[in-house]
Design a protein around this ligand. Structure first.
Ligand SMILES: Nc1ncnc2c1ncn2[C@@H]1O[C@H](COP(=O)(O)OP(=O)(O)O)[C@@H](O)[C@H]1O
Ligand SMILES: [Mg+2]
Length: 436
């Protein structure tokens, strides 16, 4: 089978790395990819949003399955376009991708189908004064969200009613997020710990992958600015067996059934961003694709042939029993460029990659790198995702192994958090429901 993966980050590297292990995969392409992905796949210099260019490439090169990493092409309708051309592709249709593409759509969908989520109202352009009046009714803090795709920057947690009014004015009147913020969702603040659950689904059947926790803030102890994610670990002990059952029954099943009955069956990876609250799991958001950096810990734990799994989903014949999980933990520590998520420098030479290349249970996923002759150079904010596996659910061992590897990798201005996975360790020591 010849496969094309679309995207260029750590998520795509993890997917490519896993696909490369499948004996069924012959040619493996990635558009546009990065220096790490180039070790396992042939790079194709096409942008993820160049749907017509990608379509042409697939036809000319006999690609039998396309796997879409990022959300933008999905929301733009790449799946509809490929399927119209009789091609197999992994991901939801344009209308199903609205679960991520419009937060107002997703909230309305959840309300219609009784899926647990934060209390909310949405307001479209022109509704500023009603929106502001609604915030006055809510207890603090208040969550204000831009409706559309905003590259992870469209959510503001407002500590005062005045701050909420400013946020609304910025989004709705001053168009701080362009058209993405013309419509806003205002919702109650949920207390609890966050967790990510990925369901692979062909629209009817589904399989849940290892549960994970991301570390969104830039500083240790979950302080400082929000980022794309500074690290992750799996599995997450906060999602006990009982909580996972609740997530499946109260969230995943009604979502898939609701999407089907609303005429937009959901196929692909349904990313459930959850708050585990004292009254049970609630949806913070859905994403319509694999999440990053969680994919870098979730995909290595899949015990199965990823190429066959993704192909079966594109052909609407998923066998959930073919999707097993290794009895292991995984930790990914992101090495970023100093200054990220604000201004940072790129173009720094990365040293030490050859030292850790052949270590058992360790893999360095590249998030933003390029090759320059023999050298690997940083090319973005999040540069590497150093991932270690702890066999037999040894989270502590995985954390130690990941940080040992981080210690032997260097580039000018490298920054990383030093507490990735600690949340999980603390919870493991408090609970007896360690494995699921
Ligand atoms: N209702 C809420 N209560 C508490 N925190 C929230 C709520 N909604 C969002 N957040 C916080 O804001 C982050 C980003 O919100 P999210 O809806 O996931 O948007 P996006 O990922 O598109 O930026 C979440 O990961 C969570 O930390
Ligand atoms: Mg999110």
């Amino acid at each position: 089978m010849n496969i094309l993966v679309i995207g260029s980050g750590g998520r795509e590297h993890a997917i490519v790395w896993k696909l490369r292990q499948s004996p069924r995969v012959k040619a493996l392409y990635c558009a546009p990819g990065n220096a790490g992905i180039a070790q396992q796949a042939q790079l194709v210099s096409l942008k993820p949003t160049d749907i017509q260019g990608l379509l042409r490439f697939v036809k000319e090169n006999g690609v039998e399955l396309t796997v879409v990493g990022p959300e933008q092409p999905l929301v733009d309708g790449i799946v509809d376009e490929f399927e119209r051309n009789g091609l197999r592709i992994f991901g939801p249709s344009k209308s199903a991708a609205m679960l991520e593409g419009s937060k107002a759509f997703a909230k309305k969908f959840m309300a219609n189908h009784g899926i647990p989520t934060a209390r909310f109202r949405s307001f479209s352009s022109g509704g500023f004064s009603q929106a502001e009046a609604y915030t006055r009714e809510l207890p603090l803090p208040i969550v204000v969200k831009a409706d559309g795709l905003a590259a992870g920057k469209g959510v503001l947690i407002c500590e005062t009613h005045d701050a909420a009014a400013v946020a609304l004015r910025e989004m709705m009147s001053n168009k701080a997020f362009g058209t993405a913020g013309e419509t806003v969702v205002i919702e109650e603040y949920l207390e609890g710990e966050e967790a990510s659950v990925f369901a692979l689904t062909d629209g009817d059947r589904f399989a849940v992958l290892a549960t994970a926790q991301d570390h969104k803030r830039i500083l240790d102890g979950d302080q400082g600015k929000n980022t794309g994610g500074m690290g992750a670990y799996a599995t997450a002990p906060i999602v006990t067996k009982e909580v996972l059952k609740q997530i499946e029954e109260e969230i995943i099943v009604p979502t898939l059934e609701g999407m089907k009955s609303d005429g937009m069956p959901y196929r692909g990876c349904l990313y459930c961003g959850l708050m585990i609250t004292p009254t049970g799991p609630k949806v913070i958001e859905f994403n319509c694709r694999f999440g990053d950096p969680e994919t870098q810990v979730v995909v290595p734990l899949i015990d199965g042939d990823l190429a066959e799994i993704l192909l079966s989903i594109s052909e609407r014949r998923l066998d959930p029993s073919a999707v097993k999980q290794h009895a292991a933990s995984a930790v990914c520590v992101v090495m970023a460029s100093r200054g990220y998520p604000d201004d940072y420098q790129t173009g720094k030479v990365i040293h030490g990659l050859e030292k850790v290349r052949h270590e058992d249970g360790l893999v360095v996923f590249h998030a933003a790198t390029r090759s320059d002759g023999e050298q690997v150079i940083s090319s973005g904010g999040r540069v590497l995702g150093v991932t270690a596996i702890g066999y037999d659910h040894d989270l502590k061992g995985a954390i130690d192994a990941a940080y040992r590897a981080v210690g032997s990798l260097t580039f000018d201005g490298a920054y990383y958090r030093s507490d990735i996975g600690q949340k999980g360790l603390r919870r493991q020591s408090h609970s007896s429901t360690r494995e699921h």
